[in-house]
Design a protein around this ligand. Structure first.
Ligand SMILES: *Cc1c(COP(=O)(O)O)cnc(C)c1O
Length: 381
């Protein structure tokens, strides 16, 4: 089936007993057994839960993993829980290569949690193919790619990164949170694992926190399933259901996110108090050609630098009325934030530090004229 159809139907057949059209929220911790050790596929909700299972089937379909190939998805309690499961694949002495522009929490996990357990890490500008090629070491087991990056919306060539990682027998993980599977298919480009914070576009309504890992490699899928049960960071059935409901409208939401963000980027590009705009859909974005090749659209995130410096960035972010001053992204409502003081405060003083005049927008689904008027009055405040 095609994407829009899978989003609504994959894993979501009507419930057999009652005919309920939507997947029920199976709020139960345990399941009755017909005889000791003889059950109907479900024993205990940390191990298997039908609502979570439906979400996992849908996620695998959206990332292009065909049924019965051994690949699949696991849904986790948050995006960071998905990252932590990947951490369990690593041993002391292993090395992880991270991008120099990434979600702050990812960096924090490797630098301040796994480093204490003997897993080495380094960062490199992965937008530069030569730098990426020379940064991989013989101990590198994992190359971590985020594309588009957060907050600069730079791109990494996934196919090239996969070739580089595989030449060293390392796995390639792609954090596909910003692009979503509607705009980008990392597994088809050679990635071994796709990671999502389903908190963002997949959930889409800023009402739940969740994550997922999707892989086309059977041995990795089996390992993730084991780790999810062994370590236990599962989403509850209601959270799994909220993400499943969000996914149904992902295609139409992404179309409008992209259209609104393109208008916002064009508006900011012409604005006198904006010094620089970051959006892969702009023809003068340094990687616009790669974006056109690798993505089916340019996404809903736009960043810009305020010409008046840090004070001006803080002023704009405090003066919008529709754009809500908040961390996170990917919901129906537009959000504004200053990464240096908010989402990226934890990477101050590191290679991932961001300038304090940077403003990041998650462009929502409100009417575009209301959004542009709101930004215009805030930029003049
Ligand atoms: C939010 C986010 C995460 C972490 O996900 P949580 O659901 O907040 O734990 C990871 N990567 C990216 C790109 C994100 O935006």
């Amino acid at each position: 089936m095609r994407f829009e159809t899978d989003a609504i139907h994959a894993g979501q057949e009507p419930e057999a007993t009652t005919g309920a059209v939507t997947v029920p929220i199976y709020a139960t911790s345990t399941f009755v057994q017909d005889a000791p050790g003889r059950h109907r596929g479900y024993e205990y909700s940390r191990t298997h839960n039908p609502t979570r299972h439906a979400l996992e089937v849908a996620l695998a379909a959206l990332e292009g993993v065909a049924p019965n190939t051994g690949g699949g998805a696991v849904a986790t309690a948050s995006g960071m829980a998905a990252t932590a499961l990947i951490g369990y694949l690593l041993k002391p002495g292993d090395h992880v290569l991270l991008p120099n522009d990434a979600y702050g929490g990812t960096f924090r996990f490797f630098a301040r949690v796994l480093a204490d357990q003997g897993v080495a890490w380094s960062v490199v500008d992965m937008t530069d193919r030569r730098l990426l090629e020379t940064a991989v070491r013989s101990e590198t087991r994992l190359v971590w790619v985020e594309t588009p990056t957060n907050p600069f919306l730079r791109l990494v060539d996934i196919e090239h990164a996969a070739t580089v990682a595989h030449a060293q027998d390392a796995s390639l993980v792609v954090d596909n949170t910003f692009a979503t599977p509607y705009l980008q298919h990392p597994l088809a480009a050679g990635a071994d694992v796709v990671l999502h914070s389903t908190t963002k576009y997949l959930g889409g309504h800023s009402d739940t926190v969740g994550g997922a890992l999707v892989t086309g490699r059977p041995e990795l899928d089996e390992r993730f399933r084991f780790l999810l049960n062994a370590a236990g960071p599962v989403p509850g059935p209601f959270d799994a259901w909220l993400v499943l409901r969000g996914i149904k409208t992902l295609a139409v939401r992404m179309e409008r996110h992209c259209a609104n963000a393109a208008r916002v980027a064009a508006f900011l590009s012409d604005h006198p108090v904006v010094s620089e705009v970051f959006y892969p859909g702009l023809s003068r974005h340094s990687q616009h050609e790669l974006a056109t090749r690798q993505m089916a659209g340019f996404g809903g995130m736009v960043s810009f630098r305020a010409a008046g410096g840090a004070g001006a960035a803080q002023r704009v972010a405090s003066s919008t009325r529709l754009f809500l001053l908040a961390e996170s992204l990917g919901g129906v409502e537009s959000l504004i934030e200053v990464p240096a003081a908010m989402t990226h405060a934890s990477v101050r003083g590191t290679a991932l530090e961001v300038p304090d005049d940077l403003v990041r927008l998650s462009v929502g689904l409100e009417h575009i004229d209301d959004l542009l008027e709101d930004l215009d009055q805030a930029l003049h405040a």
